[in-house]
Design a protein around this ligand. Sequence first.
Ligand code: MLT
Length: 401
Amino acid sequence: MPKLNENYLNLVPSYLFADIRHRVDDFCAREPEKAKRLIRLGIGDVTLPIPEIVINGLHAGVDAMSRPETFRGYGPEQGYPETRKAIADYYARNGVDIDPDTIFLSDGAKCDTGNITDIFGNGNVILCPDPVYPVYVDTNIMCGRKVIYMDGTAENGFLPMPDPNVHADLIYICSPNNPTGACYNREQLKVWVDYAIANEAVILFDSAYEAFISEPELPRSIFEIEGAKKCAIEFCSLSKTAGFTGTRCAYAVVPKELVFTASNGTEMSLHAMWTRRQSTKFNGASYIVQKGAEVVFSEEGMAACQENLNYYKRNAKVIADTMKDLSIRFYGGINSPYIWFECPKGMESWEFFDYMLNEIQVVGTPGTGFGRNGKYFFRLTSFGNYEKTLEAMERFRTMLK
Ligand code: MLT
């Protein structure tokens, strides 16, 4: 009999969004009439098609595969140079200097933030916010690691800051945040960078929602902060920016400055380790997808993607305005596609999930799924259809009258 990875015994039985899907499926089987009215504002999955200019890039990739002179087989594990250059140019337009050689293309930021655990050892103090995107925690539990939490609460605007008396080796930060929609400003991120350097820690910075930032003074990348290349890895995704949740493409930036000393005194570079890890376990994002990604990061491509993001931002405003009108305390919705609000009537979040499903057939995400500080909070996404979002909010108002 094989010995199993018994760390899995320490996980909650199912992944949050799988759990929600099962509950909604059960409801639909039980209430087929009500199910016809269902509006899904739960998982943050995009609904608009990919902009035409990006589709043309994908088509160019497909066409290249059809001709002997342009056909591609295995590509460079780190990604094609032209795609990495397009990403570096995108950073440069935002005033950030990134060496294309530090960019690693992949098929998702979820995979990258999970896989990065491979290059760190056991015994690290791993610091996560609570509420938190469950992937950071679950992937550490899967390899038997212990996570400590920093509380995100209404009092700190769901933007926890480091406690100088607590040491950490690895720090997960997601800004703009999933699930709360809160976004760190430059001064706050500088405090995190200084803390990481003082602790010889590494920040694992998830910027998957950077393209939603509307307030220009807010940082879109940890590398906008002085010193960050000495202490941070950044993960970003095309899922939400370019509507690639089904197409799959993301990237990580692993600076070459990240060099630490192993227990035997050897200097180890995280860039070299990630290269080794990826070239062993991954064959790279597909050429076709990378041709699309290259267009996403061009000025024209990004402008087209922003049109879709503006559509979602209009939805976010509809949801946020509803919360304001009903005097419900909420966060996010301005620099983020998520609106995080306090459950009305003092309900707990799963109770409110069931209540909404039964009363108005709107699906959201219960805050408890993101940690104990989410117990009385709830998340709605702005990734739905505009008319359906309006309808959902009309029903929401009626429900709470
Ligand atoms: C979410 O709804 O939190 C996200 O869509 C999940 C993800 O990006 O994996």
